[in-house]
Design a protein around this ligand. Structure first.
Ligand code: ADE
Ligand code: ZN
Length: 326
């Protein structure tokens, strides 16, 4: 068995994955043709030349552009199935998956129910076909009009049991968690878990706001916690899980190189970290590739195994389901 196989078969959960971020260029081209959505790139190679990012925003521009090709429930089902197939190959037993319904409903005019139907059908078929369980986290898009967040929760309420949690994503700086207090309170009243992207490009104080104001149970990214010793001590004490995404951080230039990634320091300090893939079609690899990148930067196998165990522990699966994954 190669070292890579060992990383790929280590049982793990994926806790930070945007389903729209699994849209590979080939599938985007196929969907554009199928749905008659014009794309500004004539060939796959022209599109492939766009995958160099200076920061979060330059990535989001391409991510939202390609998302426009997703128009029907079948598209969302196919996207989900393509992801679960890759997840299973990487040893992912369970995935808690973000989706951005405000963009689909209000920018691209795809009905919330169609998006949810497609994703749920994909999860149902994928669990049978690949043995991976999945759950959906409805992620609010922080740089859209807050009124659209209220409207999407209106739509989601009737089927609230089909969603496991509320999230917060997209452009971070200038859109603090404090803007979404009411929406998170409402989502928690549905019985949903709460998570939020914070401290990816934004300051440590956004992490504090996510905990104090949104009652987030996990922090997505969170690496800027290292700028605030008092906050870091609190996360360690309260065992707040962080969903770290090394290849994402590299490709969005949050870190200069994988060798400079702060994960080893975070683990040494005692933070509860997990390894995740964020938007793998854009950042050069799925779950196992993220583990492999850290292994290549010298992270020892027992640390990687501990982080995989953390991912199962930090998931929203019930105890029996966690036992199945271990
Ligand atoms: N949406 C998709 N990926 C994201 C990321 N890494 N940060 C913020 N919003 C996102
Ligand atoms: Zn993310």
């Amino acid at each position: 068995k190669t070292a890579r196989d060992a990383l790929a078969t280590m049982p793990k959960a994926e806790l930070h994955l945007h389903i729209e971020g699994t849209l590979e260029p080939e599938l985007a081209f196929e969907l554009a043709r199928r749905n008659d959505v014009p794309l500004p790139w004539g060939t796959l190679d022209e599109l492939r030349a766009q995958y160099r990012f200076e920061n979060l925003q330059s990535f989001l521009d391409l991510y939202y552009a390609l998302m426009r090709t997703l128009r029907t429930a079948d598209d969302f089902r196919d996207l989900m199935l393509a992801y679960l197939r890759r997840a299973a190959a990487d040893g992912v037993m369970h995935a808690e998956i973000f989706f951005d319904p405000q963009v689909h409903a209000f920018t691209d005019h795809v009905a919330y129910d169609d998006v949810l139907d497609g994703l749920r059908e994909g999860l149902r078929i994928g669990e049978k076909r690949y043995g991976v369980t999945g759950a959906l986290i409805l992620s609010l898009v922080r740089d859209m009009d807050v009124a659209t967040a209220d409207r999407i929760l209106d739509m989601a309420q009737a089927r609230k049991d089909e969603i496991v949690g509320i999230g917060l994503d997209s452009a971070e700086v200038g859109y603090p968690p404090s803007m979404f207090v009411d929406q998170f309170a409402r989502a928690r009243s549905f019985g949903w878990h709460a998570v939020a992207h914070a401290g990816e490009e934004g300051p440590a104080d956004y992490i504090r706001q996510a905990l104090d104001l949104l009652h987030a149970e996990r922090i997505d990214h969170g690496i800027h916690v290292l700028d605030d010793d008092e906050l870091e001590a609190r996360l360690i004490r309260d065992r707040i899980p962080l969903t770290c995404c090394p290849l994402s951080n590299l490709r969005l230039q949050v870190v200069g190189s994988i060798d400079d990634h702060p994960l080893p320091r975070m683990v040494r300090d005692g933070l509860v970290c997990t390894i995740n893939s964020d938007d793998p079609a854009y950042f050069g690899g799925y779950a196992a590739a993220n583990y492999a990148a850290l292994a290549g930067a010298g992270m020892p196998p027992d640390t990687l195994a501990a982080l995989a165990a953390n991912s199962i522990e930090a998931s929203f699966a019930d105890d029996a389901d966690k036992e199945r994954m271990r």
